[in-house]
Design a protein around this ligand. Structure first.
Ligand code: CP
Length: 299
């Protein structure tokens, strides 16, 4: 594997090997396989979890970590993303963790990288967020075991614009999940092949019946300006996860959210902070998964 751009390209055995290695890191495995290697977090969009957990992961592997902040960089003078990467590459950086606003933006940079340089997609447009997909699978596996074939997983919200949902869907299919249910406003569901094979439910209560995991997505508030959602109140009424609603799921169902959360919109405080929530476990697993990915590409 030269770059990590999507989970679509990862066969099952490769995906499982990455999860196994991430679990070892989560259990305390240590080492400095990236000592002497320079890794740059090259983010052209904001981030808290992905950027910092990649930095933490690279540090734990012994790498030298450089942080590029678009807002204080020469991109504000018109320098392109490609020129930015090539200049940092000229400084001897071998690993780039890249977040880009355009679909395929990271792949386009990867195509122009030198041999020996690896790019890890930290989210591009609405297309893919592969390490989020991996950390979600690791979190689900820890909670429910390695056999996904009997699991019913519900994904709720703005799937149309969600790179997280696309990577989760790819990984869930690769791991042979039993059933994927989808719920959200029709205006926020994709009309391409993304949801092939999924059970689409308009009614959130019906969608929740007996599911083992509920993956909530952030309502991208800018979609309201586009007229794709009527109001925050309406959204919460129809698609907000409340403690009362969660009782419709399996008694041991788990709740996940990639963050950042809109509390009181797609998820209530008592669910986000409640005993069934794995939200902070997801964040912790982000470091372990990103260590596994960096090691696989650069170690
Ligand atoms: N889940 C996620 O990608 O969060 P950040 O945007 O904070 O990195």
């Amino acid at each position: 594997l030269r770059h990590l751009l999507t989970l679509e390209e990862l066969p099952r055995e490769r995906l499982v090997a990455l999860l196994d290695r991430a679990q070892a890191f989560a259990d305390g495995a240590a080492g400095r396989p990236l000592a002497g290697t320079a890794v740059c977090t090259l983010f052209f969009e904001p981030s808290t979890r992905t950027r910092l957990s990649f930095q933490r992961a690279a540090q734990r592997l012994g790498a030298d970590v450089l942080n590029f902040d678009a807002s204080t960089s020469s991109t504000s003078k018109g320098e392109t993303a490609l020129d930015t990467m090539k200049n940092i590459e000229a400084m001897g950086v071998r690993g780039f963790v890249v977040r880009h606003s355009e679909d395929g933006g990271v792949a386009a940079l990867a195509a122009r990288a030198q041999p020996g340089t690896a790019l890890l997609n930290a989210g591009d447009g609405r297309s893919a967020h592969p390490t989020q997909g991996l950390l979600d699978m690791l979190t689900l596996r820890q909670a429910k075991g390695v056999d996904f074939s009997r699991l019913k997983v519900l994904i709720v919200g703005d799937i149309r614009h969600s790179r997280v949902a696309r990577s989760d869907l790819q990984a869930l299919r690769t791991l042979g999940v039993g059933e994927i249910r989808i719920c959200g406003p029709r205006s926020l569901l994709p009309d391409d092949e993304t949801l092939d094979g999924c059970r689409i439910e308009d009614d959130f209560d019906a969608a929740l019946e007996g599911v083992d995991a509920v993956m909530m997505l952030r309502l991208q508030r800018e979609r309201m300006a586009e007229g794709l959602v009527s109001s925050l109140e309406d959204y919460h009424r129809d698609y907000g996860l409340t403690a009362q609603r969660l009782r419709l799921a399996a008694p041991d169902a788990v709740v996940m959210h990639p963050g950042p959360m809109n509390r009181g919109v797609e998820i209530d405080d008592d669910v986000a902070d409640g005993p069934q929530s794995l939200v902070l476990r997801q964040v912790a697993n982000g470091v372990a998964v990103r260590m596994a990915a960096l090691e696989a590409l650069l170690g």
